[in-house]
Design a protein around this ligand. Structure first.
Ligand code: ZN
Length: 335
């Protein structure tokens, strides 16, 4: 089986010991996605944060932040940063989706808007291609669009003069498994190179990502939970049954003496004061995020193993996400 690299996005630079790449990290994982710009334009970050060579770093160009925060990133600076630190990375794209809804849906993507964004993306892609220096670094083209024809048009224009080492797509809405499956089908029928799906890490969608790996593909996707935790004190629901009635970031005091979970981050919390320790402490929230990632990775691993038995794979999918997913299963079996 081709390994599926899951890439938690937005490494926490506040306290690198809470990452997952160090020998003494609470949870270990072999891949990360790091966005350029927002928190990281350090040209030596890989070295500064002691991220080992074998750890796969995917450097997002920051195209989305560039658009939503009007950052005016330079494609030359992005490629220099990516080549100095990352194993692979995306060209500085111009997503055509409306800024107002934070890119969650693709409503209102007109042909004119798509053409405008495609032109800007092609311009940046050319700069990145012309200024590539590191032969080990893999440059991914980014494909946008909502309709099949739009995706096809964008892909054809992007690959007219250049060959990319991989591609990235941003399915909309990212939490809709049927939509994500359509993008997956597009990728599978158009190219063999590695593919990254932005986000696509909700519980309903993970199985679609893993199902793709059946077709001999290096698939990556990312989850922003960790970076949100560091920046916004995000809520971390427990996976499995407990998540419905206990959130690590609840402000309401709890009478629990121990967190009801034995994952390594929760074990650490239990050994250092338990659930009653200061909940507004930023570091505490990072442990909460690690707890979430731990169970998230467990679920991914389970699906990966079940891939060898289709019935068990689909049974687990339906049992975790509900019978509405049967529609998707029919969709998948039809291809
Ligand atoms: Zn836990």
């Amino acid at each position: 089986m081709i390994p599926l690299l899951y890439t938690p996005s937005g490494i926490n630079f506040i306290n690198p010991k809470l990452g997952w790449w160090n020998d003494d990290a609470l949870i270990r994982h072999h891949a990360s996605m790091v966005p350029y710009g927002l928190i990281n334009d350090n040209m030596n970050f890989r070295k500064d944060y002691k991220i080992p060579e074998y750890h796969f770093l995917l450097g997002d160009s920051g195209g989305y932040q560039n658009l939503t925060l009007d950052k005016g990133f330079s494609p030359s600076k992005v490629i220099r940063w990516q080549e100095a630190n990352c194993d692979a990375g995306m060209i500085l794209d111009f997503p055509p989706y409306p800024v107002l809804n934070r890119g969650r849906t693709a409503d209102g993507v007109t042909t004119e808007k798509l053409e405008y964004c495609l032109e800007r993306t092609l311009y940046n892609a050319q700069i990145a291609m012309d200024q590539r220096e590191n032969p080990k670094f893999q440059l991914y083209g980014v494909i946008h669009g909502t309709e099949w024809e739009q995706l096809e048009h964008w892909y054809k224009c992007l690959t007219k003069d250049y060959q990319f080492d991989g591609y990235a797509m941003a399915p909309k809405p990212t939490r809709n498994p049927i939509q994500v499956a359509r993008y997956a089908l597009f990728a599978l029928t158009h190219f063999d190179e590695p593919i990254h799906f932005f986000l696509c890490s909700s519980r309903d969608v993970i199985p679609v990502m893993i199902w793709m790996t059946k077709y001999n593909r290096l698939v990556t996707f990312d989850n922003s939970n960790y970076s949100c935790a560091a920046l916004n004190y995000y809520n971390h629901a427990f996976w499995r049954d407990i998540r419905k009635f206990y959130r690590i970031s609840d402000t309401k005091p709890t009478t629990l003496k121990k967190l009801p979970c034995n994952c390594p981050p929760c074990t650490w919390i239990n050994e250092h004061g338990g659930p009653s320790i200061e909940r507004t402490n930023l570091e505490f929230h990072n442990y909460g995020a690690l707890h979430y990632l731990y169970w998230y990775l467990e679920e991914i691993e389970t699906y990966q193993r079940l891939l060898d038995d289709e019935d068990m794979f689909f049974n687990m999918y339906v049992s975790l996400t509900g019978p509405k997913r049967l529609r998707l299963l029919r969709f998948s079996k039809r291809e």
